[in-house]
Design a protein around this ligand. Structure first.
Ligand SMILES: Nc1ncnc2c1ncn2[C@@H]1O[C@H](COP(=O)(O)OP(=O)(O)O)[C@@H](O)[C@H]1O
Ligand SMILES: [Mg+2]
Length: 206
């Protein structure tokens, strides 16, 4: 008897500068997809597994060199891919991930101004066979985004305004390079308007 081949699930990521509204809208995307009867796993980076969450704690608080930062981001990503993302996709589930490798380009390459080759090589090493199918970029003026953040700021959020501006510019450069993969959301709009737009997108997107 031949085994039925399960179709790989869809891999969706959300990106954007800190305070752009990713966490506020991720549940809207999830609910819209689940309402279609699709099984969906939500995860985040850095983090997503107990070990990767420990790496996250270090990344968000401890001083380190830019190269160490890039490597730890991918160490966390490897763990999340092995334990959460790949198994879910292989089982036909969809995965929604709060940040992925686009963030490594935006933060480590553009924000920290480190060589693009690092991230090219690391992403090739860790997930050459898997890229996001769709990416929602929450785009917002970085000064407005920072003002929206009322909590205690982490190591990245505490960076200066120029850093955040470079990160935003980096994300927009990625959109220019791969316009089909990205859905760019204007995060200056009211939450309800953004939620509606995402409901429309994900009630049919396949
Ligand atoms: N469209 C919006 N308009 C105004 N404030 C918003 C909007 N979206 C999110 N916020 C607020 O901005 C802050 C940061 O949003 P959050 O979703 O945590 O951003 P992120 O996860 O991208 O860092 C939160 O206080 C949130 O309530
Ligand atoms: Mg968030």
């Amino acid at each position: 008897m031949s085994e039925q081949k399960i179709k790989r699930g869809r891999f969706i990521t959300v990106e954007g500068v800190d305070g752009a509204g990713k966490s506020s809208q991720i549940q809207v995307i999830a609910e819209t997809i689940r309402n279609r009867g699709i099984e969906l796993v939500i995860t985040r980076e850095p983090g997503g597994t107990p070990t990767a969450e420990k790496i996250r704690e270090i990344l968000l608080s401890e001083p380190m060199s830019p190269k160490c930062e890039a490597l730890l981001m991918f160490a966390s990503r490897q763990e999340n891919l092995d334990k959460v993302i790949r198994p879910a996709l292989a089982a036909g589930k969809w995965v929604l991930c709060d940040r992925f490798t686009d963030a490594s380009y935006a933060y480590q390459v553009y924000g920290r101004e480190q060589p693009k080759e690092w991230v090219d090589e690391l992403s090739d090493f860790v997930h050459h066979d898997l890229q996001p199918d769709r990416t929602v970029l929450f785009d917002l003026d970085t000064d407005i985004a920072m003002k929206r953040l009322e909590r205690k700021l982490d190591r990245f959020e505490s960076e200066n305004s120029e850093f955040h501006k470079r990160v935003r510019k980096g994300y927009l450069k990625l959109v220019e390079e791969q316009p089909d993969r990205f859905l760019v959301v204007d995060s200056s709009k009211p939450k309800e308007e953004i939620s509606q737009l995402l409901q429309e997108e994900f009630s049919t997107w396949d």
